[in-house]
Write a protein that binds this ligand. Sequence first.
Ligand code: UDP
Length: 237
Amino acid sequence: MMEKTAQLYEGKAKKVFATNDPNYCIVSYKDDATAFNGLKKGTILGKGAINNRVTNHLMRLLEKNGVPTHYVEELNDRETVVKKVRIVPLEVIVRNIAAGSLSKRLGLPEGVKMKRTVLEYCYKNDDLGDPMVNEYHILAMEWATEEEMDLIASYSFKVNEVLTEYLKEAGIELVDFKLEFGKTADGQIVLADEISPDTCRFWDIKTHEKLDKDRFRRDLGGVEDAYQEILRRLLGE
Ligand code: UDP
């Protein structure tokens, strides 16, 4: 029986606990929501449980399709056992349709389909506001090796293919999303963190209604309902 011991870390949306086994951690999802690098704070009722269950559902799907992940076992609504990893300090952003910061940066209206999938990397550092970096920075700073970056890029494209196809069946357009990777004790690169309405842009395929954290970021209302709708479409409840 896996049990929580010391709290290792508390982030904006999750807590991470050590367990009695050094190779595993337990993550506990919170209802707290932040945006704009912590400037906007709030609560999204039920978010923790929804993000936990949606993430695990998608991680299991990805494992089946050849993407190694940190997922081990869902303990309850909010808590999941994951492999202990050292997080590669990068946010990998995958974009199919222009939105958010890319629309601002390039002057592309939101909703314009990109001719090819775009990968971006940001250095995970709150004090610096997660600046965008390229592969030269990553190699120079030794945040990852060339071999690890090749794996991270190919897994990211595979995640995009699998999720785009799967979500389409649920009437959801996968606009963009953020991934994080970690390295296990034995040196394997695995998908880590979460895949949820907090970290993805999900649009209704027909109406283009936003079903993700943009409802919170932009004060659009119906935040809880949007998260609930994603849970319903993916897990049928
Ligand atoms: N994203 C995230 N965490 C971050 C930054 C971005 O999960 O710290 C996700 C975001 O939800 C979106 C995608 O990555 O699905 C691209 O975000 P973008 O760069 O457009 O930034 P934003 O507009 O969210 O500030």
